[in-house]
Ligand binder design. Structure first.
Ligand code: AVI
Length: 321
């Protein structure tokens, strides 16, 4: 398997471009070729990701929802009443609903997302069902430093929610940077975070190579997006989805591998791919429970409690500041 050390996702230091056009042009000019996984999530990509979350092989969503339900009572006690819940990224709403339903008198929900459209949808879906909850969306890139508005009156503490093991899409040093920033924002409160675990590589391989080909379509949508938005001419049959677990780096890598020697035009510029050359599109790091707790502790959290499923596929951590 190829290694692409130095490939980076979702930067905390502002070094990488936010704009798909300039990020893709820079990534195609780099060696090895790479692009941040944040560009997966246009409307098509987000819909494909929602389908991934329902696949039998993709255990993280199922296991995390189950952990939230199974431990709802204990979570309510640990987190406490009257909290302001800050979600990093506006998810589909299923997970936050499960958490809101467990908590006593949650005061406010603050989804933070770079996409105003996502935020608007997340907010209006919840408003109808939680009429007494203050819903206060914040448009910000949570991979960079940002400010939250003052807490709503009556809120006892701020609690962060970062489900889905999205933390795994950061390189470990970036994950540490994110956790440090979250600890500062959530001072006096805590963070409930989902973290995918190191396990039998065959299970990881299946989760990122599902039998219905949805993950392949999700990965290849990046090229289709470039064709739609940047006038690129990526041939659909010129590239294949390639995902594998890299045990030394402890991450699943996703690539788009060129099946032939070819030239591709993107925004008026030409790039060559050799046969077998890849565009590295995503890293998904896996942790042991102990490793993650020590990363969180180094970032300023006190790891209080964690839960896993019986097969130890996935973990949910309650960290306090
Ligand atoms: C969003 N993120 C945590 C997913 C993951 O597992 O790394 C994205 C994904 N990529 C392929 N399947 C799902």
């Amino acid at each position: 398997a190829p290694t692409t050390d130095g490939a980076r996702d979702r930067p905390l230091d502002g070094a990488e471009d936010d704009d798909f056009r300039s990020a893709l042009l820079a990534g195609l000019a780099a060696t090895p070729k790479r692009v941040s996984c944040k560009f997966f999530y246009d409307a098509e990509g987000s819909a494909l990701f929602d389908r991934i979350c329902t696949l039998p092989e993709y255990y993280p969503t199922r296991v995390e929802l189950d952990l939230l339900e199974r431990h709802a009572g204990e979570l309510a006690v640990l987190i406490g009443p009257d909290v302001e819940l800050v979600e990093f990224g506006a998810g589909s709403g299923r997970k936050v609903r499960r958490l809101l339903d467990a908590l006593r008198r949650p005061r406010a929900y603050v989804p933070v997302d770079i996409s105003g459209e996502h935020l608007h949808q997340a907010a209006s879906r919840l408003r109808a069902d939680y009429p007494r909850l203050g819903i206060r969306p914040v448009v910000a890139d949570y991979t960079r430093a940002f400010d939250l508005p003052p807490s709503v009156s009556g809120a006892q503490r701020r609690v962060g929610f970062f489900p889905g093991s999205t933390i795994g899409n950061f390189a470990p040093e970036e994950a540490a940077g994110f956790l440090g920033m979250a600890a500062a924002l959530l001072d006096g409160g805590g963070l409930l975070i989902g973290v995918d675990l190191i396990k039998d590589p065959a299970l990881l391989h299946a989760a990122y190579n599902d039998s219905q080909g949805v993950t392949a379509a999700f990965n290849k949508n990046l090229l289709a997006r470039a064709n739609r938005e940047l006038g690129a001419d990526f041939a659909d049959d010129g590239f294949a989805h390639y995902a594998f677990y890299q045990p030394l780096a402890r991450r699943v890598e996703m690539h788009l591998v060129s099946l032939v020697a070819q030239r591709v035009r993107v925004a008026g510029r030409e790039f060559r791919f050799a046969t077998g050359e890849t565009l590295h599109t995503e890293n998904s790091y896996k942790y042991t429970v102990e490793e993650f707790r020590s990363l969180a502790a180094q970032a300023g959290f006190v790891p209080r409690r964690y839960w896993t499923d019986a097969a130890r596929l996935f973990s949910l951590h309650w960290l306090e500041v």
